[in-house]
Design a protein around this ligand. Structure first.
Ligand SMILES: [Zn+2]
Ligand SMILES: [Zn+2]
Length: 257
């Protein structure tokens, strides 16, 4: 599989996951005219949406106007996208669905949206699995193991909000971010990864880093050190354009299920 990130931050989230047969978008937060040159030759088989916030669905309308493409998400998310005539499939948490050669299962997360979910995606050609986690205040109830690749939010550092003098806007931001329906801090991301990764884990990609933070490489280093695991890559939140992560496969080829 190849994971191509077109944008990853609170300004817009959009990744293309391709295994050579099937290509899907993970969220669609950037308008088509800003990314079409990277999408253009590729056939897209579907879009999976986590929730209805603009940085995840902001590109749906322009994409639907330019491509015939099915959108997948919970009913509540799709209702909020509400593009006339667009091709939509409501999915239910914990019920596996397929998009050509991927088997996908959604699971509920904690975020201030109508019915947010994250996804576990299995590539039936290689057997490899990618876990996509973003926009959740905590992962306390999520236990998933034996995943090959983890694309996970690492939004902010709790230490940023521990200083005594916070401005009014910082206080409002702190309340949301540190609440149970906010975003994952690097501390929570590390805590989850520590209990999740094992000998099957091949790569961790840190996404949705706060766009106001240009020290994303610091997050990469901190996670590497805390996990004692080298293959950690942080996505630059300031960048729009293709960042390619090759997800090499080492497992036996599995038949379609
Ligand atoms: Zn977001
Ligand atoms: Zn959100």
């Amino acid at each position: 599989m190849i994971l191509t990130t077109l944008s990853s931050s609170s300004k817009g989230n959009m990744h293309v996951l391709s295994n050579g047969v099937t290509s899907i978008l993970l969220d669609c937060g950037i308008k088509f005219n800003r990314v079409f040159e990277y999408l253009y030759p590729a056939k897209l088989d579907g879009v999976i949406l986590t929730h209805e916030h603009g940085d995840h669905i902001g590109g749906c309308q322009s994409l639907a106007q330019n491509r015939i493409i099915p959108f997948y998400g919970t009913k509540e998310t799709l209702d909020k996208v509400n593009i006339p005539g667009f091709d939509k499939y409501a999915i239910e948490p914990l019920k596996t669905f397929s998009i050509v050669s991927y088997n996908i299962v959604a699971f509920e997360v904690h975020h201030d949206a109508a019915h947010p979910v994250n996804y576990l995606i299995k590539d039936n050609l290689s057997g490899a699995q990618l876990l996509y986690i973003t926009d959740t205040g905590n992962l306390d109830d999520i236990e998933i193991h034996d995943v090959d690749y983890i694309l996970i939010e690492c939004n902010f550092d709790e230490e940023w909000y521990q200083k005594e003098e916070l401005s009014r806007s910082e206080k409002i931001k702190k309340k949301r971010l540190l609440g149970d329906k906010g975003h994952l801090s690097i501390q929570k991301t590390i805590e989850f990864l520590k209990r999740t990764i094992n000998h099957n884990t091949k790569k961790i990609i840190l996404c949705h880093i706060s766009h106001s933070f240009d020290g994303y490489k610091e997050f990469e280093k901190k996670v590497q050190q805390e996990l004692n695991f080298e293959k950690v890559v942080a996505l630059n939140p300031q960048f729009i354009g293709p960042v390619v992560n090759e997800l090499e496969e080492e497992k036996e080829v599995m038949p379609f299920e």
